[in-house]
Design a protein around this ligand. Structure first.
Ligand SMILES: CC(C)(COP(=O)(O)OP(=O)(O)OC[C@H]1O[C@@H](n2cnc3c(N)ncnc32)[C@H](O)[C@@H]1OP(=O)(O)O)[C@@H](O)C(=O)NCCC(=O)NCCS
Length: 331
């Protein structure tokens, strides 16, 4: 299977803590912390757009690997909150990176977008052994929440993570290096209405002068999403472990989608993962949608939680519904 070589992240400087949200909507630090574990989240500056976050995370991944930007052959940008419907964020990103002639496109699989893009990168790497694929997950969720809806505005934040994927490693690989052992992606469109942003595409008719209403922002059936997230990430993790002949004891670290500490804990409990093997940084960033596991991967690496030789389990869940699991062997 292909390799990740190079990992980078970027989060905007501005921190929005729960006390700030107490001034915006009827909520409390106590409610947010006890229901979600989130203490603060990052917010992009007014002049920052998704491709800016993607650009900074990409530079960090390139720096980590020691590779040159001109070595990149493919750019896959995962985002549910792209710069615009057109031009696609990947093309804006390659302009910022100063490269041309690469295959560049956006992929949106909501919160599971990073692992879906990673799967696509694996297929590409296998088909083209000379490919060096930049996979970036970048989100500005704070521009897609209704700041008067307390049930969603407290949950989300902004950030980006990036990795470089190739079929072969350079002779002396630098930076974060891991073999992608396996990826599982599953979907069920029956639940597509439970997390939605209805307007902005073809579904809602609008024209010049149509007022922006709540349909342009994220809506979620929190309770049902919670249950499905726990079920799906648990079963995907069990399946990928089984089909690779692994037990939970073989996993050094599990990194679930960082949406909510209670979801992370519930997945950990069902899989019997001890506390010290369960990674969470949701208190710092909130739910950054598809950027979430890439940011968590970068933070886990910086915290020394993924030593060489260890096996790491990723699992994600999000709108669609789409859920995933992946196994990485750290080199
Ligand atoms: C959103 C979530 C935290 C809500 O927690 P919950 O325990 O399910 O709470 P409920 O939605 O049942 O709401 C309970 C009460 O809290 C209120 N409430 C909702 N948001 C609140 C907030 N920010 N502050 C204070 N009260 C709030 C509700 O209005 C409701 O009040 P009511 O009983 O008077 O109607 C939880 O459902 C959740 O985390 N869901 C998963 C969301 C998620 O992570 N999605 C992304 C997956 S990709």
């Amino acid at each position: 299977m292909p390799y990740i070589n190079g990992l980078g992240k970027y989060v905007p400087e501005k921190i929005i803590d729960n006390a700030y949200l107490e001034k915006l909507v009827e909520t409390s630090d106590e409610w947010i912390t006890s229901r979600t574990g989130i203490k603060r989240r990052r917010m992009a500056a007014p002049d920052e757009i998704t491709s800016d976050l993607a650009y900074k995370a990409s530079l960090a991944a390139l720096h980590d690997s020691g590779r040159n930007v001109t070595d990149i052959t493919h750019v896959f940008v995962s985002s549910a909150t792209p710069d615009a419907l057109c031009p696609i964020t990947a093309c804006v990103l390659i302009r910022k990176l100063g490269i041309k002639g690469v295959m560049a496109f956006d992929c949106n699989a909501a919160c599971s977008g990073f692992v879906n893009a990673l799967q696509l990168a694996c297929y590409t790497a296998k088909a083209d052994p000379n490919a060096l694929i930049l996979v970036v997950a970048a989100e500005i969720m704070t521009r897609k929440v209704d700041w008067s809806d307390r049930s969603t505005c407290v949950l989300f934040g902004d950030g980006a993570g990036a990795v470089l994927v190739s079929q072969n490693l350079p002779p002396d690989p630098k930076g974060f290096t891991a073999e992608i052992k396996d990826i599982l992606v599953d979907t069920d469109g029956e639940f597509s209405e439970l997390i939605a942003i209805h307007a902005g595409g073809s579904r809602e008719h609008y024209t010049v002068g149509t007022p922006v209403n709540r349909e342009y922002f994220i809506r979620m059936e929190g309770r049902e999403v919670f249950k499905q997230a726990v079920r799906s990430m648990t079963s995907a993790s069990q399946t990928i472990l089984e089909r690779n002949g692994l037990k939970i004891e073989d996993i050094a670290l599990a990194i679930p989608h960082q949406a909510n500490d209670r979801i992370i804990q519930a997945v950990g409990d069902r899989l019997n993962i001890p506390e010290e093997k369960l990674f969470s940084n949701v208190s710092e960033y909130g739910n950054t949608s598809s950027a979430s596991v890439s940011l968590a991967l970068a933070d886990a690496r910086n915290a020394g939680r993924m030593p060489a030789g260890s096996t790491v389990l990723l699992t994600t869940f999000g709108g669609g519904f789409i859920w995933t699991a992946a196994l990485l062997k750290i080199i």
